[in-house]
Design a protein around this ligand. Sequence first.
Ligand code: URA
Length: 269
Amino acid sequence: MDDRLRNELAAWLEFYRELGIEDFYRRPPAPKIEAGNSKLETGNSKLVTELPIPSARPEAPKPEPRAHAVPPQALNLFETPQPARRERETLEQIRADLGDCQRCRLASGRKTIVFGQGNTRAQVVFVGEGPGADEDEQGLPFVGRAGQLLNRMLQSIGIKREEVYICNVVKCRPPGNRTPERDEIETCSPFLFRQIEAIRPRLVCCLGAPAVKTLLGLKEGMLKIRGRFYDYGAAKALATVHPAYVLRNPREEKILREDFEKIRDFLRA
Ligand code: URA
């Protein structure tokens, strides 16, 4: 491994350590590397490429933009164009790996694992915090009151719920709907990273502080960082407030509406 690669790898490990993630897995080498993928996907660097690639930190290595296999005008607005790509995990494989998860204490209080729902080739992935009572009951994300608000917001920008993918930072309901704890996020978030990597959306929308912190490593107040686009590898990430926050503070609905309009403009651009 050359020095540059070693330094990049060290920067990544440090980045994930700061997020509280210390365990990494390594998939068997992909049979073929296609042109247009990350410049890190050469030589001995596959370990690096298997990690999610948020880049809120300046030193985070940025992959090359992905090539589109079809002309943009032929694209369905809500599906990510499928470039020639290397073998990658499917959501089904990730779900199978999650299994009847007992990796953290949330397992004991849950009824159902809420893995995620929606278009597996979505251009936009919404990431919430964790399932609530309704989600735990039904096994689907955002089906309670916060979900209804999310649906309304999507509708207001002309997007159908089934056109996007929706999931959470943790897949099991925290007791009493408390915020997931650091070690729970540390245990569960690799599955989120893998889901995003499997879908490869153009945009990841972080709903609320836990998603922002987990995906972007940003710890500032939500009202300061919301409404902005951040680099998330080859994709962008938008930070916005959680719909449940708006339910508690109805006057703030305009914030969420404003941010969803940004999503619409981004997808149209
Ligand atoms: N809140 C979340 O963060 N996620 C859900 O799935 C539901 C409510």
